[in-house]
Design a protein around this ligand. Structure first.
Ligand SMILES: [Zn+2]
Length: 465
């Protein structure tokens, strides 16, 4: 039904009309979703100019609405010369100031539309502390939720998943349910896919479970697909590799919610001889970029979001340059986010050989909070030579925390405490990589806990917190 390159996903619809078996007449929601998916099939191949033109067509309706109903945006849009009736151009768009998390905190409810247009459903609050630890509340609608589902299905289709297969999710579950040894079972993959197809069952396990128990659970469940956080993969894959735990049916791992390190991809190949497909999304804006079906880089989901990568002067970055990620939701009329600075950085890539016109992100570099601050005040992405750690000692988990301008704590979970010689070698690897003679303080833990939301950061800075 849906043709995408050489891939032809099969949607197995449940008949809803008595006597109708084939071809199936879908219900209203299913029909709508199939119609949108059909458009996404075409739009991914549009050239960048055509994509931009359609984005601006959609954006104009959001801007007109924001100008009419939200004084905060009216002032900003007027000051930037982007008023209804005035032509929206890339140049005028770049005059609109970036929206920071502090702006959203300060503005509070005044960023919300008092009245929504018809047929967008009820606004739903989404509270997120994002990548900077500064909580904000955004609002989504039934329309933004619908698009969330559409891009979930696109992601499955891009990576050629067999919907009749089984899906295991090792994630954070709010009430700490999905506990080992059983976890939770679900008859289907979830609400998104249920709109257009029947699926196999799903199994869920809390990401707070130790790697050895995750491995045992995974081997017992033997799923076709695994979805989890990037930082959960290395310990799990390493444990399976070292203990020769095979998951015979497992054919793909999908990650989301954090920066995926190259090490996680190579460990998955070593442990199970399979690849990883990564998702770049945010709670506030939804799907931002999906890994290309044929490469390890990402395609921006331009039908959902206008995504800009900007340099320090606010100019668009060229391929090969890294800049801040600034996003505008194209479908949110409850609380529009216009040129919202997410706090992430990404590198712009060249056009993709796969032929899709959706812009390319070569890599997503992580978050502002994770910058290293040198005593001069200069900040940069830290590298700490973690690829060499296991040549020095059997380190199972680490977290590097910048405590002050001069002091860095190296938290280690190791099979045994390091001896003086090992500590000295580790110190020299880390300091060489960081590029400054910080004072390193080693501490040994049994476990390094995740944040309340189940995420994990291998480097974080406490400066300014
Ligand atoms: Zn591609």
């Amino acid at each position: 039904m849906i043709r995408e390159g050489t891939r032809t996903p099969v949607f197995t619809l449940k008949p809803k009309i008595s006597g109708n078996v084939w071809p199936v007449i879908p219900d209203g929601l299913g029909a709508r979703m199939l119609a949108v998916l059909r458009q996404l099939e075409d739009s991914q191949w549009l050239d960048p100019d055509a994509l931009r033109q359609r984005q601006f067509d959609q954006l104009r309706t959001v801007l007109a609405f924001a100008h009419k109903t939200i004084p905060f945006y009216r002032d900003r849009l007027d000051a930037a010369g982007i008023s209804p009736g005035v032509d929206l151009t890339p140049e005028s768009w770049e005059r609109l100031p970036l929206l920071t998390r502090e702006d959203i905190q300060d503005a509070g409810p005044s960023l919300r539309a008092e009245r929504m247009p018809r047929n967008h459903g009820k606004p739903t609050p989404i509270t997120t502390s994002g990548s900077t630890g500064k909580p904000i509340t955004a609002y989504g609608t039934e329309v933004t939720g619908f698009f969330w589902c559409a891009f979930t299905i696109r992601e499955h289709c891009w990576h050629d998943r067999d919907f009749s297969g089984t899906l295991a999710a090792i994630r954070h579950f709010r009430q700490r349910t999905a506990a080992y040894p059983e976890g939770l079972d679900s008859p289907s993959w979830g609400n998104s896919t249920a709109m257009v197809t029947t699926t196999g069952p799903a199994f869920m396990l809390s990401v707070h479970t130790p790697a050895s128990q995750q491995a045992e659970w995974l081997a017992r469940r033997n799923p076709d697909y695994l979805i989890t956080f990037p930082s959960n993969l290395p310990p799990l894959a390493r444990y399976c590799r070292d203990n020769a735990i095979h998951i015979p049916n497992l054919r793909q791992v999908c990650t989301l919610g954090e920066v995926l390190q190259p090490e996680a991809r190579s460990l998955c190949r070593e442990a199970w001889d399979i690849g990883v497909k990564d998702i770049y999304s945010s709670q506030e804006v939804g799907y931002l970029a999906l890994q290309c079906p044929d490469h390890e880089h990402y395609h921006v989901q331009s039908e959902n979001v206008l995504l800009e990568i900007l340099d320090d002067d606010g100019r668009p970055c060229a391929p090969g340059q890294t800049g801040r990620v600034v996003v505008t939701s194209l479908h949110n009329f409850a609380m529009p986010l216009l040129r919202y600075d997410l706090g992430d950085y990404a590198e712009v890539g060249d056009a993709c050989p796969c032929g899709r016109g959706l812009p390319v992100l070569k890599q997503i570099n992580g978050r502002v909070r994770n910058l290293l601050t040198l005593p001069t005040g200069e900040q940069r992405w830290p590298i700490f030579g973690e690829g060499n750690f296991n040549e020095i000692a059997p380190i199972r988990q680490y977290q590097i925390v910048q405590k002050s301008l001069e002091t860095i704590e190296v938290r280690l979970v190791a099979l045994t405490d390091l001896d003086d010689d090992q500590e000295e070698r580790l110190r020299s690897v880390i300091l060489d990589s960081l590029g400054h003679p910080f004072t390193l303080v080693f501490s040994y833990l049994d476990d390094i806990p995740r944040t309340a939301s189940g995420k994990f950061e291998d480097f974080r800075s406490e400066i300014g917190t």
